[in-house]
Design a protein around this ligand. Structure first.
Ligand code: PLP
Length: 403
């Protein structure tokens, strides 16, 4: 038998954040030190899962909670999420409207599978978290980016958003705080986006995984502002509760009357065919939401210090400029000589990696138009490590300018 053929749907999958790792393999074999500034995983650095959450997981397993749970999620967790959304984000949502997923990533896949027919368009910020693009393509939809403006701290250009709405548009994605730019959309912008969705009868998908990780700007949840406009909120435990590797997230459906009933039923059916999310982790996640929350302030304070350092240090480097992230843990600098010294941002990222061991992600991986000429770095490591990585970057930039 010849080789087994695969579908174009899988051949074309891209995920820049992890695809770049392939370039490190030889370097690692050669013993080169790599600065992994590519993946947004706080638990891989000095942000640790709260002790009460780890204890709850061990206890859940010890007490034999090792069975399948309901497909939509355990009732206690759905109730705890409804309480959290009210307490933290001012969102009124009933536990029945919450579904538990194995991370937001699974939620994105399920939602897009449920809303996209061939050729349908999904609007998302440019640049964006890549799975929104990849899953839209996977389900034969067309990804359409609305502009976010670097000079304006990467805030959405609402005129551009309006222009890009067509008869085929099915949903507008909001990622707030944003990955990869770290921008936080204010109350006014979110309200206007809600109004635009309302005028065009569109669904809003609001990814709020960094909801508690903001520095100076107030965070406003989309569902807290939307009254008649249907919103599916996506959130999870990876970034605030440092449970990245445990894979748990959720979505909630907030609509008027029966607006979202059909969509919710469709996603529930998708939940059934994958049986359930991890049971012991759901028990631990309930403890995460119901236990002490003061560690969040500590995380934000440490991140703010690292953000301040990364922003200042990167702007000192000739040939690089960057706006100040207001949330999450990403910074998205512009690399001025992409297009002249390097053909594209991918070439820049690989060149930097090979010469210095500093691994960051090419901006075009987050959007081929609005992300190009940029790169994304995480500012999760301690300042000393960031200083080493950024000093290497500075030397690299100087050497290139001499050549
Ligand atoms: C905006 C956004 N949504 C979702 C995710 C993935 O979340 P999860 O770990 O819950 O799948 C990430 C991870 O980087 C993200 O940045």
């Amino acid at each position: 038998m010849g080789h087994v053929k695969v579908t174009s749907r899988t051949k074309n999958i891209e995920y820049a954040i992890r695809d770049v790792i392939a370039h490190t393999q030889q370097l690692v074999k050669d013993g080169k030190k790599i600065y992994y500034l590519n993946i947004g995983d706080p638990a891989a650095f000095d942000f640790k899962t709260p002790q009460n959450v780890k204890d709850a997981l061990c206890k859940a397993i010890e007490q034999d909670n090792n069975y399948y749970s309901p497909s939509e999620g355990r009732a206690e967790l759905r109730e705890a999420i409804a309480r959290k959304e009210k307490r933290v984000n001012g969102v009124d949502v009933h536990a029945d409207q919450v579904l538990i997923t194995e991370g937001i990533s699974e939620g994105i896949q399920m939602l897009l599978a449920a809303v996209i027919e061939k050729g349908d368009e999904i609007l998302f910020p440019g640049p964006t978290y890549p799975p929104y693009i990849s899953y839209t393509k996977f389900y034969d939809g067309t990804p359409v980016a609305y502009e976010t403006v670097e000079e304006d701290g990467w805030q959405p250009n609402l005129e551009d958003l309006r222009k890009k709405i067509t008869e085929k548009t099915r949903a507008i994605v909001i990622t707030n705080p944003n990955n990869p730019t770290g921008s936080v959309y204010g109350r006014k912008i979110i309200q206007e986006m809600v109004d635009i969705a309302g005028e065009h009868d569109l669904l809003l998908l609001s990814d709020e995984i960094y909801d508690q990780l903001t520095f100076d700007q107030e965070f406003v949840s989309t569902a807290a502002l939307a009254k008649d406009v249907p919103v599916v909120g996506l959130n999870g435990f990876s970034k605030v509760y440092q449970m990245t590797g445990w894979r748990l997230g959720y979505m909630y459906f907030k609509g008027q009357g029966t607006q979202l009933d059909e969509l919710k039923l469709a996603v529930e059916k998708e939940c059934r065919i994958r049986i359930c999310a991890n049971t012991p982790v759901q028990i631990a996640a309930t403890a995460a939401l119901e236990g002490p929350q003061d560690f969040v302030e500590d995380i934000v304070n440490r991140l703010r210090q690292r953000r301040d350092f990364a922003w200042k240090r990167l702007n000192e480097i000739e040939g690089i400029s960057t706006s100040k992230p207001e949330g999450a843990f990403y910074i998205f600098p512009k690399i001025h000589d992409v297009g002249t010294r390097w053909r594209n941002d991918m070439e820049f990222v690989v060149d930097l990696l090979k010469e210095t061991g500093v691994l960051i992600v090419n901006g075009s991986g987050f959007d081929p138009i609005y992300g190009k000429g940029h790169a994304r770095a995480v500012f999760l490591p301690p300042v000393e490590t960031l200083e080493e990585a950024f000093s290497s970057l500075e030397r690299f930039m100087k050497n290139k300018q001499k050549k």
